[in-house]
Design a protein around this ligand. Structure first.
Ligand SMILES: *Cc1c(COP(=O)(O)O)cnc(C)c1O
Length: 402
């Protein structure tokens, strides 16, 4: 029976009961069970076990029940959106050691709204003008290190600024002019640049230029949430829907009070600004808050150990297969989770692409890589999925032995 038909049947039940059980109806408990909405089934969509990571294309991370409860409760009443941002923002700021904070539509949105705020200040004419900076009286350049010029800096360019890349502190000082609006830093690329956080901040202070850091995916450790405020960055941008497991469409912009106030002038509920398309409503704002609070209160050492135990279980399931090798990948600054690489000798294991086999199997499993090796993570797994992943990988590899 289709869901809609079951729902129709359910509404008829009292009457049907009064007429005596015809035997053609499900009992109410069964009917209620079957009528439960399964959005994926309704649209014929494949769901999968996620041993890959919180990637946007894989629909991010799964929210905790507390987050969903907050979203459901928030959906039942009206409230002024500015008041929600004021109150929740103040609580977030306190947790993050920041003067002020706002919930944005992802870290990309935090970058863009923060940039817009730096450019406009609280001048409504300037807000209306962005990204059309020429002749506006607004500054128009952002300085960053060459190694920090990743695709996400597009968020800054959306505001009309030009990116000026430098490699040394001498080049940096030469690049600074009255056009310089901001100095931008990407945390995960720090080791590739010649200028580190402290020097970057000192130079910015010397020339009184606002600073922003993108640390969107640099959790865990949770201390990163306040580390960059403590260091002295004026604006910090983080994703809500990655390791934190808030709504996938959220992020946080936190930092200097005057800059957050200015950023908010560039965002909904106000229109006629560059951020109008980056709306977050009360549901997402509360959802993000409770996800953040839970994340901060989680025992991260215990959680880390759990992730490693899961990896060890998966590793043990394949190590005895001839020609199969495992290794832990070095921990990067971004997406910092235990990651297991499993590779196989093609002379011993006849396997074209293990990731494709796992995807097409039942249950479907997503991993990274595929041809010659796969990378497996465990932070997006539900507890009962760990064994399933271990067994499916083992079955695929041992089944392909020559
Ligand atoms: C994911 C990511 C972003 C964008 O974050 P969203 O929350 O998806 O908007 C920005 N910068 C970096 C370095 C990221 O990894």
């Amino acid at each position: 029976m289709k869901r809609r038909e079951i729902l129709k049947t359910l509404t008829m039940l009292p009457l049907a009961g009064a007429m005596g059980n015809s035997g053609s109806l499900l009992n109410p408990a069964e009917a209620a069970q079957q009528a439960k909405l399964d959005v994926f089934k309704e649209f014929g969509l494949r769901t999968f076990i996620n041993a890959s990571g919180y990637f946007t294309s894989l629909s991010g991370s799964l929210m905790h029940d507390e987050t969903m409860d907050a979203i459901r409760e928030a959906s039942k009443h009206f409230c002024r959106l500015d008041d929600v941002q004021d109150k929740v923002g103040a609580r977030i700021a306190e947790l993050l050691h920041a003067e002020s904070a706002m919930v944005t539509a992802g870290a990309f949105s935090a970058l863009m709204l923060g940039m817009a705020g730096v450019l406009s200040g609280t001048d409504p004419k300037k807000v209306a003008r962005i990204p059309d900076l020429e002749g506006s009286g607004m500054k128009s350049e952002v300085i960053l290190q060459k190694a920090h010029n990743d695709g996400y800096a597009h968020a800054l360019r959306n505001c009309g600024v030009k990116l000026i890349t430098v490699e040394t502190s001498e080049e940096l000082e030469k690049a600074i002019s009255e056009k310089t609006a901001m100095m931008y830093f990407i945390n995960y690329q720090a080791s590739l640049g010649g200028i580190q956080h402290n020097e970057w901040l000192e130079l910015a202070k010397k020339y009184q230029i606002p600073t922003m850091i993108d640390m969107a995916a640099d959790l865990p450790p949770k201390e990163n949430l306040w580390k960059f405020h403590d260091l002295g960055f004026d604006l910090v941008c983080v994703s809500g829907g990655k390791f934190m497991r808030g709504p996938q469409s959220t992020g946080i912009l936190s930092g200097r009070k005057d800059l957050i106030s200015a950023a908010r002038l560039n965002a909904p509920p106000r229109g006629s600004n560059i951020g109008r398309g980056m709306k977050v409503n009360k549901e997402e704002i509360f959802g993000l808050y409770f996800a953040l609070e839970r994340f901060i209160n989680t025992d991260q050492d215990k959680e880390w150990k759990m992730l490693e135990d899961r990896i060890a279980l998966i590793e043990r399931s394949v190590t005895s297969i001839p020609g199969v090798k495992t290794e832990m990948l070095p921990l990067p600054a971004i997406n910092r989770v235990p990651t297991l690489k499993i590779s196989w000798d093609k002379a011993k294991v006849r396997l074209e692409n293990l990731a494709v086999n796992l995807r097409n199997g039942n249950p479907s499993i997503e991993v990274m890589g595929g041809a010659g090796s796969i990378n497996v993570t465990t932070h997006m797994l539900k507890p009962d999925e760990v064994k399933v992943v271990a067994e499916r990988i083992r079955a695929e590899l041992s089944g392909a032995l020559i």
